[in-house]
Design a protein around this ligand. Structure first.
Ligand code: OOG
Ligand code: MG
Length: 260
């Protein structure tokens, strides 16, 4: 893939995001043989463009880290993408008009106190370098029609990143056993999905470790101060106007938003 094609595909996805208009996945017509490596190169271009637009990275995120999510999306391995400052929801509501077809998922976010540089990082090392954990509701919004994508497609599309609501309960990682924290995701008081922290690669810290090791292959590291989403503990649930969406994570209380 040459630089021009890479720019063109990144622009194609950015335009879909800006116009809130879904598109056919890249591998359906444009580039059936898109590789994972090429997909990350498109993602990098997309991320650079957002940076040039004045947006800044809050932190990288992991996605498809649980069996529930891999099965739901029919994809077999974890991926990463980037959350930007303009994706962080500041009030307690989101507007449906800012999205194509948003879905919410309950996650644990790690706030790093130290840099973490792969290779060979373990979950225990991640816990040692983590200052705080907070509950989060990620709102994903694939730019592809019906969330229909293959692994390279979703990587190029910045792992469907769109918005995130962070909870206000902040804990030190040693105050919790993150693998056994029970989690529910409810809409208008009705539980739509549930799980435990161990759904995420056995322990959410393992997700951050895997991320550090994946970034190392690109000569990059995780940095102190970054807030890292570790991936949905629950499956992702579509939300619509009028919904009150709440994730409750044992020991981390709840995080919620409503949809206008
Ligand atoms: C990809 C994004 C997945 C997660 O937590 O698993 C993700 C998608 O399902 O559209 O953010
Ligand atoms: Mg997620």
């Amino acid at each position: 893939m040459n630089a021009h094609e890479k720019e063109e595909l990144a622009a194609f996805l950015l335009e879909a995001e800006e116009k809130k208009q879904d598109v056919v996945r890249i591998t359906a017509e444009k580039r059936p043989n898109l590789s994972v490596e090429e997909a990350y190169a498109i993602q990098e271009t997309l991320v650079d463009t957002k940076r040039k637009q004045g947006k800044s990275v809050v932190g990288p995120k992991m996605g498809l880290t649980s069996k529930a999510k891999m099965q739901q999306m029919n994809v077999e391995e974890p991926i990463y993408g980037y959350i930007f400052d303009d994706m962080v929801v500041s009030g307690d509501s989101i507007s449906m008009s800012s999205f194509i077809h948003p879905k919410a998922e309950a996650e644990v976010a790690f706030i790093l106190g130290e840099d973490i540089e792969g290779p060979g990082i373990s979950g225990a090392q991640v816990l040692g370098a983590t200052k705080y954990v907070v509950p989060a509701l990620e709102i994903i919004d694939s730019r592809y029609e019906n969330f229909n994508f293959t692994l390279p497609d979703v990587i190029a599309d910045n792992a469907s990143s769109s918005a995130v609501v962070f909870g206000t309960t902040v804990k030190k990682p040693e105050e919790l056993e993150l693998d056994v924290i029970g989690t529910t995701l409810s809409i208008n008081g009705e539980i739509k999905d549930l799980g435990a922290g161990a759904a995420v690669l056995g322990h959410p810290a393992n997700s951050v470790a895997m991320l550090a090791n994946m970034l190392h292959r690109k000569g990059q590291k995780l940095e102190a101060g970054q807030i890292i989403l570790t991936g949905g503990i629950t499956g992702a649930v579509p939300v619509s106007v009028g919904d009150y969406v709440e994730a409750s994570l044992d020991g981390l209380h709840s995080v919620h938003f409503s949809v206008k």
